[in-house]
Design a protein around this ligand. Structure first.
Ligand SMILES: [Ca+2]
Ligand SMILES: [Ca+2]
Ligand SMILES: [Ca+2]
Ligand SMILES: [Ca+2]
Length: 289
């Protein structure tokens, strides 16, 4: 075999290796298939060993098309509670009295995420607090509690309990789970950042009552996809497992180009991929200063 051919062959080998590793590192679809009907999805390891789903009232439960603890109605045929949801299931906050949907996702020790996406269903067709503005935000934080990615869905509407007009059109259509992808009723939130350690929903509306819960409490979530990566604390600049004064000198060294990062995220406290002056304030905050 010629040298040239051998070189090409080894290049092909390297390329296929890269291809394989890229494929194996793709986002994973988190399955709710093993959760029994009406079962809780909360707690570390309940849905997936690496994932912890929590709400403040502990009532996030699995939902499937036709669930008895139904969350929303859909306009499809035949009429099915939670219609359009993945048959393997998704979930909702079944705390009907408070309807906070303050869902937070965290990870097992040593685990973080680089990509996180989730579909929200049936948001916007019910408006019990009779406001005119609905806002749903999904945001991601790194281990330093700095927001590293955020996505917001916001639209206006009439104040009717079943709104039919506004910036998202007729919400009896666009706010139902039968809506086209991208409409409020069928919306995928998708966040990416190098090391996400927490993802949470934040809601607001301008109607009556608590303004920090979803304007439409009859919603559900499915198609949860996560790309898991190794966790990393950006403020632990000497990689000794804790964040304290011993991290100052190594952080300064990284900042001034005189150090070698001891981890993939060391010193990059704002999660933008490099260590720079933009990381100083967040690093100081990490140290409690
Ligand atoms: Ca709804
Ligand atoms: Ca509906
Ligand atoms: Ca340290
Ligand atoms: Ca940075």
């Amino acid at each position: 075999m010629s040298h040239r051919k051998r070189a090409i062959l080894s290049t092909v080998t390297i390329l296929s290796f890269i291809g394989l590793s890229a494929a194996s590192a793709a986002a994973e679809l988190i399955s709710f298939a093993a959760i029994p009907p009406n079962g809780s999805v909360e707690g570390l390891g309940t849905v997936d060993a690496r994932l912890n789903i929590q709400t403040s009232h502990g009532l996030a439960q699995v939902e499937r098309p036709g669930s008895s603890n139904s969350t929303y109605g859909w306009n499809g045929a035949p009429p099915t509670q939670n219609g359009g949801m993945d048959p393997d299931g998704g979930f909702a906050d079944t705390d009907r009295d408070n309807a906070l949907f303050d869902v937070a996702f965290t990870f097992a020790p040593g685990v973080a995420a680089s990509d996180f996406s989730i579909r929200m269903l049936d948001f916007g067709d019910f408006n019990p607090y009779e406001g005119t503005l609905s806002v749903a935000t999904l945001r991601a934080m790194n281990a330093a509690n700095v927001v590293v990615a955020t996505q917001t869905l916001s639209f206006t509407h009439d104040a009717d309990i079943n709104p039919t007009s506004g910036s998202a059109g007729n919400l009896q259509i666009t706010g139902d789970a039968t809506a086209a992808p991208g409409d409020p009723g069928n919306f995928v939130f998708s966040l990416s950042a190098p090391r996400i350690s927490r993802v949470e929903f934040v809601w607001s509306h301008n109607g009556s009552g608590n303004p920090t819960r979803p304007s439409d409490p009859n919603i559900g979530f499915d198609t949860l996809e996560i790309k898991f990566v190794e966790a990393c604390h950006p403020c632990d600049a000497n990689c000794d497992g804790s964040v304290n004064g011993f991290d100052v000198d190594p952080f300064v060294a990284l900042l001034t180009g005189g150090g070698t990062p001891c981890s993939p995220c060391a010193g990059d406290v704002n999660g933008d991929g490099s260590v720079s002056g933009f990381d100083i304030d967040n690093f100081v905050a990490c140290l409690g200063g």
